[in-house]
Design a protein around this ligand. Sequence first.
Ligand code: SAH
Length: 500
Amino acid sequence: MTAGRVTLVGAGPGDPELLTIKGLRALEQADVVVYDRLVSPAVLERIPAGARTIDVGKEASRHPVPQHRINQILAEEAQKGHNVVRLKGGDPFVFGRGGEELEHLARQGVDFREIPGVTSAIAAAAYGGIPVTHRDYASSLHIITGHAREGEPLRVDFEALVRTGGTLVFLMGVTAMPAIVAGLLAAGMDGSTPAAMVENGTLPGQRRCAAALESLPERAAAMGIRSPALLVVGGVCALAEELCWFDRLPLRGRRILVTRPRDRAGTLTGRLRELGAEVVSWPCVETVPILPCPAMEAALEDLTAYQWLAFTSPAGVDAFWQCLRGLGRDARRLGPLRLAAVGPATARALSGHGLEADLVPERCDGAHLGEALAAAGGRVLLLRAEEGAPGIAEALARHGAAFDGIPVYRTVCNTARSQELRRELEEGRFDFIAFTSASTVRGLMAALGPEADFSRTLGLCIGEQTAGEARRHGIPVRVAERASMDALTELAINLTNGGK
Ligand code: SAH
C-alpha cells in the first residue's frame, strides 16, 4: 500500500481566484478533502468529482467537529493510504489551528506538508480599499484575535497596541468589537482614528462599514455587520473611499445563474466573477459516459472495418478513452484510423490524449461534419450521444456514406438543488440567467419544471435561437449583439448600467 499524506492548504479568503496555483494543484490531486466552514463554495467547486469530502465545519447538530476529532480524521485517512487535503480559510497558520493539526500528524508519524494561503487579514482589507501599511500612515501591522474564551474577558494588551501606532487588524472580533473599541479608547487612542469593518471580504456580498473609531459600534450595529468580518483600525482606513476598486466593478452586486455544463462553464463564470458578479454555477445538464459499453468494446476489438473515427463532443472522447483504457489498450490500437471532431473543443479533448484530429469542419455542427466525412470517403465509426446525432447521421445517409453509430455517452438532467433554485427564482434572487444555447434552456426547464416563476429575473441569451426557446417557456429575455461570451457579458454590463 502506498503511504498517504496530508497537505494543509490555505484556501484564501473567499474569492476562488485567490487560491494559490500550488494549492489548486494539490486539491486537484486529492482523494479526500477535509474542509471548514469558511472555505467558499466557489473553491469547493474545484474539488475533483472522484474525491470524498468531509465537512468538519458542521455536523447534523450544527456543532463543528471538535479539534481533537479533526486531528484524528486527518491521521486516519492518511494512514489508510489516502492523499488528504486539509482545506482551511485564508492562511492555515493565521488563527487557523494549522499548527495544532500538524503537531498531531508529526506525532503520529504521518507525512505532511503545508501550502500557505492568502490571509483575509490582508486580502479582505485590500478588497475593502484598505492597504494595511502605507508610508504616510503605518509602519507596522498587527493581527490580533478578538475572540475571548467563553465567560472570560478579552486578553488584549491595548496599551501596547496603541503605543505601536501601527495598523491593527482584529479577526474573530465581531461580537467583541464594542469591547475592543472601548479598550483602545481607554488606552488613549484618539476617538477620531479612522476604522472600518469589512464583512465577507473578497466575496460578492462584501460590505464595508467605515467610521471614526468612537462611532464604529453604532454604525456597525446599524448596518448589521456579521461574521465573518475584520475590524481594521488605523490611519490607512481613511484611504478606503478613494481606493475601493472592488465596489466599482461593473457587475458588482449582480447575482447571475449560469447553467452551462460544468466542463464548459469555466470561461463565462470566471469572466462574470472578475467583473464583480456573484455567479451561481448550476450545470442543468451533464454528460456521463455509458460504461460498460459492449458495442464500443466490440468495435475496438476490430477497427480494421473503419477508415474514420468521428466524435461529436468532448464527452464522447472521454467515454472512448475510458473504454479503451478499461480494455487495457492504448492509442496504438487506432493504427491508421483517421480522426474527425465536430469542433475545436472536441479536437482539444483529443489532443489532451496526444491525438490530433484530421478533420474539423469549418462550420462546427453535425451536418457539416457528416458532409465532410462523406466527401472524404471510407467507413465511419460514429461515437455519439444516446439521444442520437441527427445532423451528422442524416448527412452521412444522404450522401450514401457507410457508417455505424454507437451511443457512448448520455445527457442527464441535474435535479439536485432544483427546489432551492425554484425558491430563489421566486424570491427574485437572480438578476440574470445566462443561456448559452437552446439546450441549456431546455435543461433548466426539465430540472425546474413548468411551474418555475421567471417573472423576477431576466434571461440573457447568446442568440435568437436560444432566446426563442426561452420565450416559449415564458422567460423574459434580452439577446446579445453577437453570439459570443464577451457579447453576453457586455449585455449584462449594459443592463446593469440601466441600458436596454
Ligand atoms: N485563517 C484565516 C482566519 C481564520 S479566523 C485567515 O487567514 O484568513 C476567522 C476570522 O477570519 C473571521 O472571524 C474573520 O474575522 C476573518 N475572516 C475570514 N474570512 C473573512 C472574509 N472573507 N472577510 C472578512 N473576514 C474574514
